[in-house]
Design a protein around this ligand. Structure first.
Ligand code: FER
Length: 259
């Protein structure tokens, strides 16, 4: 896989007057895992038509956020609309769930409390058994692994790597932005490198060079390199913030679901 992405061009995240844009909306789905109804945001692309079928990107937030974090701080809909206007992105649905799988899943307060951190790993079940089946029942989407991606920032980056590499049968496009310490140790994360080598369409590891969590991405990259697993390792200027994650989203969005 290729290397060295340039920084996103100026204006990539600034709203333009466009003839056609996508739409961001909220949805609720029943969770057997948590025992309640849970919220997520969904972005549908310009020209969205239920007569078509779409691949799906599951895009996860960090420890201080919830299903609205990307929307609140990252303007993903603006980044996507601009990319679509330039013909640089495959039509897809983007689902932004709440990755804290517990009854009270609001952000705020002590987000580092052990039960609230544990809820980020419980989300694996909620995602696989509740959310994905719901999306595939309610929306016109493809159901094969090559049409499913999982990416996230920080705590959500750890989730995306843990769940994505743990379920290569489900996801062919996997990546973490500034992944947090919830990321499994490399041997546990990917005990059988050959599976990733043979089956992943994209494995992406990125981080800001000034990020205090850089060691997590570094150790993952080192292991993947030793094991000869193709991946993109992208270090960029910046710390642990949305400047970095928006830049990552800009790049990844253009790679997804392409031949
Ligand atoms: C930690 C440091 C950072 C940690 C989680 C994070 C669970 C997550 C940061 C984020 O999501 O932005 O020690 O432990």
């Amino acid at each position: 896989m290729a290397q060295a992405q340039q920084a996103a061009p100026q204006g990539f995240d600034v709203e333009r007057k466009l003839p056609s844009t996508g739409k961001i909306d909220s949805l609720v789905y029943p969770s057997k895992t948590v025992g309640v109804t849970r919220k997520a945001l969904i972005y549908t692309p310009p020209g969205y038509n239920t007569a078509n079928k779409y691949p799906v990107l599951y895009l996860l937030h960090g420890i201080g956020g919830d299903e609205r974090e990307w929307f609140r701080h990252g303007n993903p809909q603006v980044i996507f609309d601009n990319l679509y206007a330039e013909g640089k992105m495959e039509p897809m649905l983007v689902i932004m769930p709440n990755g804290r799988a517990m009854q009270d899943d609001r952000a705020g307060g002590n987000v580092m409390a052990p039960d609230r951190v544990a809820a980020f790993s419980t989300f694996e079940k909620d995602l696989l058994n509740d959310l994905i089946p719901f999306i595939e029942k309610q929306f016109p989407v493809f159901k094969d692994r090559e049409q499913r991606a999982i990416f996230g920032l920080s705590m959500g980056g750890g989730q995306a790597l843990n769940f994505g590499l743990g379920h290569i049968d489900t996801f062919a496009w996997v990546g973490g932005f500034s992944s947090a310490p919830n990321t499994k140790m490399p041997q546990e994360l990917l005990p059988v490198p050959k599976e990733a080598k043979d089956r992943l369409k994209l494995l992406w590891i990125s981080c800001g060079e000034q990020d205090g969590l850089l060691n997590i991405s570094k150790r993952t990259h080192a292991y993947l390199s030793e094991e000869g697993v193709p991946h993109i390792y992208y270090l960029e200027p910046g710390g642990h913030d949305f400047n970095v994650w928006k830049n990552d989203l800009y790049h990844v969005s253009q790679l997804l679901f392409k031949k």
